[in-house]
Ligand binder design. Structure first.
Ligand code: B12
Length: 459
């Protein structure tokens, strides 16, 4: 949820190693483990790589927790049916590498971006060469704090075209899903709760706009009119990168739909939104987290309230469908600061756009919020943050108070959706698909779902 996302990371790895090794990608999203063992038996691999993307859904009042399923549906059957070495990686894994490595009883693990380092590991293992110096690699003898993390220095990097649709069956993704594209790695910002710099590195490096446009054009020629999505933590950073990608895409003159997460208010301009519309953007996500000056400061966001107002004004002016993301309950949050965010939502966000509100901040190891939570006495130095997930809630509020505020917000503002209600029920989804077909609606799915929600609640 909220829609099927294809396994980009593992497809990139398959592309990297396929010239030297036979490789098959198993996509669990629609199959949920059913055909995994028959594939393993027929392919009989020497190594099995597992990508652990999500650990939980990060929702405080309706937490879905995925680790137990991962163990029961995948790890145990793999171990029972194969003696292949188990290699683990992925963004979820990279946040809790030692905990998950032990829990899964893996043979090898990689923190963060891996690509050629996987090739290096396989070549070392195949040729009995030492593996100690491979960056980002965890083995059974690795010790916390002594790990050689991968340095992500450099401004420009090349990436294999993932060719997702050649590795997995892309058909189920065509109607509601997307074709994922990564245009950069690393985040240089310092939001107090965020894991992105820990997963991807704290220095931003970019792909060339030409190679990104070329990758999209090639996928378009294979798949036709589909939706592409940029998966960068922030799309419009460093300044100018988003515009350059749009210009390269406009030159290709292809008819595609594009969406992106991570529109950051700091570098939004008329020029950027004009180019985005021309390139094919039909939907964006904007995640200010708060519109209260005090909270923007406390969360160490990189933009000002003026940047935020300007961005919201441009989104309205250019009528770009947008999903907005707010988090209530961070350090220093009070009813007053929540009201400041609500004022902004009321004045600046179209009621056709969705406002997704999360309560509390998931505490992750290695973040500033982790230190702050220890200092505030919310957790201890050695609190296990993996399971169950631990959330930070401002001392001035509490979970019940925020829940109550959220309920009132949702009742009076039809487009404001608390995170716990963001998963549309199957009936609503069915209704939305029928409505889209009947009225030939071309709008983003979230807008159709909002229409149904409004009519259900008779608002
Ligand atoms: C983009 C994104 C989204 C987009 C996805 C759009 C899309 N088209 O893919 C949206 C907004 C939809 C989304 C939704 C969700 N997301 Co999200 N998302 C991300 C984000 C920013 C990037 C993921 C990505 O595609 N990276 C690009 C690829 C190329 O990198 P990669 O997968 O990490 O792969 C590299 C390495 O990890 C490694 N690697 C990967 N696999 C393997 C396997 C092996 C064997 C090896 C050796 C190495 C390896 O090599 C790869 C290449 O270098 C990450 C944070 C981050 N910076 O990683 C969060 C992140 C993965 N999301 C997260 C979560 C929780 C979710 C949701 C569950 C939220 C929710 N409540 O709904 C949903 C789940 C969606 C789903 N169906 O899976 C969490 C997961 C942690 C957790 N607590 O579980 C993350 C880490 C963010 C965070 N909070 O820290 N997400």
């Amino acid at each position: 949820m909220p829609y099927p996302v294809p396994p980009l990371g593992i497809c990139l790895l398959a592309q990297t190693i396929k010239h030297k090794y036979q490789v098959k990608v198993y996509d669990s999203l629609f199959d949920e483990g059913k055909n995994l063992i028959s594939l393993i038996r027929s392919f009989n691999p020497d190594y099995i790589g597992l990508t652990i993307r999500n650990i939980d859904n990060m929702i405080i009042d309706s937490t879905d927790y995925y680790i137990t399923d991962i163990i029961n549906l995948f790890i145990k059957p793999i171990r029972q049916n194969s003696s292949a070495k188990l290699i683990i990686g992925g963004s979820g894994f990279s946040i809790f590498p030692f905990e998950l490595f032990a829990l899964f009883n893996a043979d090898y693990g990689f923190i963060g971006e891996t690509d050629e380092n996987l090739l290096l590991l396989l070549d070392c293992l195949e040729n009995n060469k030492p593996i100690e110096n491979i960056e980002g690699l965890i083995t059974k003898s690795s010790e916390r704090g002594k790990l050689k993390r991968r340095s992500n220095a450099g401004e420009i990097f090349n990436l294999h075209f993932s060719e997702i649709d050649k590795h997995i069956d892309f058909n189920p993704y065509k109607s509601r899903g997307v074709y994922s594209i990564q245009t950069k790695r690393g985040c240089r910002h310092k939001c107090i709760y965020c894991t992105y710099p820990l997963i991807e590195g704290g220095i931003c490096k970019i792909r060339t706009p030409e190679s990104i446009a070329e990758e999209i054009e090639q996928a378009y020629h294979r798949q036709g009119f589909i939706t592409f999505e940029f998966v960068d933590s922030i799309f419009n950073d460093p300044p100018g990168h988003a515009e350059a990608i749009c210009r390269a895409l406009i030159k290709k003159n292809i008819k595609i739909r594009i969406r992106t997460m991570g529109i950051n208010p700091q570098h939004c301009s008329t020029e950027m939104f004009k180019l985005m519309l021309k390139a094919g953007f039909t939907q964006i996500d904007c995640s200010p987290d708060s519109a209260s000056p005090a909270m923007i400061n406390n969360l160490k966001k990189n933009f000002t309230v003026q940047n935020l107002y300007n961005t919201a004004r441009l989104i309205k002016e250019y009528n770009i469908p947008a999903m907005w993301f707010f988090i209530f309950g961070g350090p220093g949050e009070t009813e007053t600061t929540i009201n400041e965010s609500l004022d902004f939502i009321d004045k600046y966000i179209s009621t056709d756009d969705m406002v997704h509100i999360t309560t509390g901040l998931r505490i992750y190891p290695g973040t500033d919020l982790h230190c702050l939570s220890i200092n505030d006495g919310i957790i201890k130095n050695n609190t296990n943050l993996l399971m169950p997930p631990v959330f930070y809630i401002s001392k001035q509020l509490n979970k019940e108070k925020i829940s109550h505020i959220l309920k009132t917000i949702a009742l009076t503002r039809p487009n404001c959706i608390p995170a716990s209600e963001s998963k549309p029920d199957p009936e609503m989804l069915k209704q939305a698909l029928e409505l889209r077909k009947l009225r030939k609606l071309d709008e983003p799915m979230f807008r159709t779902l909002l229409r149904i929600r409004k009519s259900r609640n008779k608002i």
